[in-house]
Design a protein around this ligand. Structure first.
Ligand code: FAD
Ligand code: NAP
Length: 600
């Protein structure tokens, strides 16, 4: 159709467009083949919002409408988006408005003002990082953190799991055990000390808890300095934009916000057997236990179980680990078993293929005496044993069941309580985000929660585009012989690439510092898994030895940069270290060659 030249025709066209704008809550002037238009229409579909699209390329006078739109809005390109009569703009502007929450406000016809730009529920690793970053970017932010006491009444301060009942006390107690081993080694290096060496639990516990107290204080100060309003209260949604905050005295206060970030973390799971909540402890109680736990049964065989069992044994305690199936599910099983063997060789007992049935109290005390009954998972055998302490470490449940997510309309995976999010940590409710341990299918690690929280705030309030990268996340299990890894396990690599397409290089090694005390000869182990189809790029990194976290961190960075076997070979090692082993690995697993280390 030719361009409209006369004024009447142009006025009619303008009225027609205005009527379309006025009568459609969401209107997109679009072209059916345009990928940007598709993106915008998909966004509204995702948001469950009816969007009326006027496909200009399918209309006889489409180009006339486009010209008139240019006159009316200053924008000729499509998509050209209007929400509740407000002109938004094109694809980028619409997506940005979505990120900023403006879209949601316009969609709701909201001109409402909220108490806060952002309310973060949970003051742990993720929540603190996100709230501080948002406040730094000039937003009005509240963070609520509340610790529900354990069945035994243990509670703690601000900072979440990592600081109070996770990484920090765990690593410090692991370090206590490492020092014990170092003291034994010290005599071989010529240190003479005659008095019997013994460990005092209370001294360690007090020192560790004092340090934690200083961190709790530091977090409060940091929040105050950054103008984040910290409230020590339990939060639950009562409406999509409104929460109820209940403090420890039961006082209820209501707050509203344009956006929310859920960062409520997880708490230890109980077994649901007689005596578990009455007599057993979890990692939430262990690190502040007022007395030495004594002879301990650890139930479970993952991170928490092996780390805690490991350091308790390192303090000289009698430790048994009850394993239902395998060690460290999800990790490379070759490595997991080597870490377990080392524990076994150093006195930790493993009761394999058993699950507990009941726990009874034989005697009260600090510690008391407990009787544990367990049954075999593959026979009729029953185990009965006496312990001073039973530590349950059978996994953790996401704290999502009691925070009113139904009132906000947030979807939760009913099976595990985890929250599904898109790659921008956004839940199905556009103004509600989730980070950290409660996310479905993501790593449960402090640095991951922090990274996700920080980047989310930058995307929401600074136009940032970086998303949290959940691939090739390095991690370390602080078992007595530490295990660090990054990328794929051998099992996963085989499944993804097939036996023929991967090459595994491996080596045993004997750290120099172990040689003089003559311990753990050729027990440390290194392994890399390479993708033959991609220049032998390293897709799996595994290290079992001292200082695994320190070693793995650097190689994790190298893997992010896509390091290949050849590049590792061309890297000059630092001698004498454990980490250098990765620069000299020659024996492939498929060759069956000798991997023991003979000299330096
Ligand atoms: P959290 O840190 O758990 O914080 C959530 C906070 O929200 C808590 O304070 C909770 O009380 C609060 N909260 C919950 N519900 C509400 C509510 N409704 N209202 C107000 N507040 C609420 N990771 C590592 O990277 N390295 C390690 O070495 C390591 N060791 C660990 C050792 C142990 C024993 C455990 C248990 C975990 C360990 N982790 C480790 C994991 C790490 O602690 C978690 O991944 C991390 O703390 C998750 O952070 P988050 O912000 O998701 O939750
Ligand atoms: P987890 O990884 O979920 O492991 C649970 C363990 O308990 C498994 O060994 C499981 O055995 C066992 N189990 C479950 N139910 C049982 C039952 N009824 N009876 C006996 N055993 C049972 O849990 P987690 O160790 O608590 O760790 C939680 C998360 O915290 C981890 O995913 C990790 O990311 C994080 N974390 C990190 C670190 C670190 O970075 N160093 C340290 C600690 C924790 P099956 O294998 O048979 O199922």
């Amino acid at each position: 159709m030719p361009p409209i030249e006369n004024d009447t025709g142009r006025a009619e066209l303008k009225t027609r467009i205005q009527q379309l704008i006025d009568s459609n809550p969401v209107l997109v002037f679009s072209k059916s083949y345009c990928p940007f238009c598709v993106k915008v229409k998909d966004l509204f579909k995702e948001l469950n919002v009816i969007c009326n699209a006027v496909e200009l390329d399918l209309m006889a006078d489409g180009s006339n409408l486009q010209d008139m739109l240019m006159e009316m809005t200053g924008q000729k390109t499509v998509p050209n988006v209007f929400i509740n009569k407000t002109h938004i703009g094109g694809c980028d502007k619409t997506l940005q408005a979505h990120r900023d929450g403006l879209l949601q406000q316009l969609l709701g016809g909201e001109n409402e003002t909220y108490d806060y730009d952002l309310i973060v529920i949970g003051g742990g690793s993720g929540g603190l990082a996100c709230s501080k970053e948002a406040a730094l970017l000039g937003k009005k932010v509240m963070v609520l953190d509340y610790v529900v006491p354990t069945p035994l009444g243990t509670t703690w301060g601000l900072g979440g799991t990592c600081v109070n009942v996770g990484c920090i006390p765990k690593k410090l107690m692991h370090q206590t055990a490492v020092l014990g081993t170092a003291m034994q080694d010290a005599r071989k290096f010529g240190w003479e000390f005659s008095e019997a060496v013994k460990h005092n639990w209370e001294t360690m516990k007090t020192a560790v808890n004092n340090y934690i107290g200083s961190l709790n204080w530091g977090y409060r100060v940091a929040l105050r300095d950054k103008n984040v309003n910290y409230v020590n209260a339990y939060a639950e949604f009562i409406e999509p934009h409104k929460i109820k905050a209940t403090n420890r005295r039961g006082k209820e206060v209501f707050h509203t916000a344009a956006r929310f970030v859920l960062a409520t973390g997880e708490r230890p799971r109980y077994l649901g057997i007689p005596g578990d909540k009455e007599y057993c402890i979890t990692s939430d109680d262990l690190f502040s236990l007022p007395h030495c736990p004594g002879k301990t049964l650890v139930i479970g065989a993952s991170y928490v179980a092996l780390e805690c069992g490991g350091f308790l044994a390192g303090l000289g305690l009698d430790v048994t680990v009850m394993v239902r199936s395998i060690l460290l599910r999800g990790f490379d099983q070759d490595m997991a078993n080597r870490a377990g063997e080392h524990m076994e060789e150093h006195g930790v007992k493993f009761l394999r293929k058993f699950v507990p049935v009941k726990v009874e109290e034989l005697e009260k005390g600090t510690p008391g005496r407990l009787k544990v009954t367990a049954k075999s998972t593959d026979s009729d055998e029953i185990f009965e044993g006496e312990f001073n302490t039973v530590l349950i470490a059978v996994g953790r449940d996401a704290c999502t069941g009691k925070i009113g997510l139904d009132k906000a309309g947030v979807h939760v995976n009913a099976k595990n309580g985890k929250i599904p999010v898109n790659d921008e940590e956004q839940t199905n409710v556009p103004h509600i985000y989730a980070i950290g341990d409660i996310l479905e299918g993501k790593w449960e690690l402090t640095p991951v929660a922090i990274q996700a929280g920080k980047l989310l705030a930058r995307r929401l309030y600074k136009g940032g585009t970086l998303k949290c990268d959940y691939v090739n996340v390095p991690t370390t299990v602080f078992t007595p012989l530490e295990y660090g890894c990054c990328g794929l396990s051998e099992e996963k690599a085989l499944e993804l690439y097939g036996q023929d397409n991967i090459e595994i290089y491996h080596s045993l090694f004997w750290p120099l510092e172990f040689t003089v005390p003559n311990r753990d000869n050729n027990k440390c182990y290194s392994k890399i898994i390479c993708n033959k189809l991609d220049s032998e790029r390293v897709v799996g990194f595994h290290y079992l030895g001292p200082n695994a976290g320190e070693v793995t961190q650097g190689y994790g960075a190298a893997m992010k940069c896509g390091i290949t076997k050849e590049q590792l070979d061309n890297t000059v090692g630092i001698h004498p270290t454990c980490a250098e082993i990765f620069t000299t690995m020659e024996v492939t697993k498929s060759s069956g060659g000798d991997i023991s280390q003979a000299g330096c």
